[in-house]
Design a protein around this ligand. Structure first.
Ligand code: MF3
Ligand code: CO
Ligand code: CO
Length: 264
């Protein structure tokens, strides 16, 4: 199935959903501290999404078996889909919080990394390089770019730093559904794959391991971890392809990235 092209009305709803998702990450930031449990972070996000935003947390009951919480919290060697629990964050932990909200029938999906307490040089570098993978790809998005170009930009930057790109999980089209076509993989060859066209909405969400790329799923059937227990980082934005470039629908104020990029 091909990507759906959003109408002007749908794009406006994607802007609203994207803004709400970004605001959840901004809201939760001061709570991400040593001693807090990931379940407490889940409850704060859930209540904010439902009561303040009048929106729905998309992860809750998503998939099979149903995901049991409203956000994903992926700590240290957890690659993605970490389930909030009563485990406390400790000094030096790295954590990805992934937020997806549904508002007026449309989804906004975004995640960011946090470093708890004093960052180690190693953790700081992994987290920074992973964000650069995302930003390098976003900065080139425009009609005519191909999916292989996105993958190649992520992969070359990660591998230049001796990190590896996770292959089993990827970005995705997004809209009325959480996960739509096409799949956006974070590795590949330039000049290959589907061409981007105006009105497409999709995520880029590179997962980068400090060690080897291999992953495994824990018996809870959700939590994905690195096979070699190396640290893993991820950042995610929801994007709209415009006539001339890209709009970052989930941009936060703290970010050093333009919300709209025009290539002509
Ligand atoms: N938010 C994730 C993504 O970026 C998907 C999480 S699925 C869940 O695609 F069920 F774990 F929430
Ligand atoms: Co996500
Ligand atoms: Co996503």
């Amino acid at each position: 199935m091909a990507a759906t092209i959003k109408t002007a009305e749908e794009i406006e709803k994607m802007r609203v959903a994207g803004k709400l998702a970004s605001e959840v990450l901004t809201m939760i930031t001061p709570y991400v501290k040593k001693g807090v449990t990931t379940d407490e972070l889940n409850t704060i996000c859930h209540d904010y999404i439902v009561n303040e935003q009048g929106a729905t947390p998309a992860p809750l009951n998503y998939g099979e078996p149903p995901f049991p919480k409203s956000i994903c919290t992926s700590v240290n060697h957890c690659i993605c889909h970490g389930i909030p629990s009563d485990k406390k964050l400790k000094d030096g932990d790295i954590i990805n919080i992934d937020v997806t909200v549904i508002k007026d029938g449309y989804h906004g999906d975004t995640s960011k990394m946090f470093i708890v307490g004093k960052p180690s040089i190693l953790a700081e570098r992994l987290v920074r390089v992973t964000q650069e993978c995302l930003y390098n790809a976003i900065k080139e998005v425009k009609p005519g770019m191909r999916l292989g170009d996105i993958g190649h930009l992520c992969q070359t930057h990660a591998e230049a730093h001796n990190y590896s790109i996770v292959r089993e999980y990827c970005g995705h089209g997004i809209g009325k559904h959480f996960h739509e076509d096409p799949q956006i993989v974070h590795y590949g060859k330039p000049g290959t794959g589907e061409e981007l066209v105006p009105g497409m909405c999709f995520t880029i969400e590179p997962m980068v391991n400090a060690g080897k790329r291999y992953s495994k799923i824990l018996p809870d059937q959700w939590t994905v971890v690195t096979k070699d227990r190396s640290l893993s980082a991820q950042w995610e934005h929801t994007l709209l392809v415009t006539e001339t470039g890209v709009e970052v629908l989930t941009l936060r104020e703290e970010e050093d990235l333009p919300r709209v990029i025009n290539h002509d």
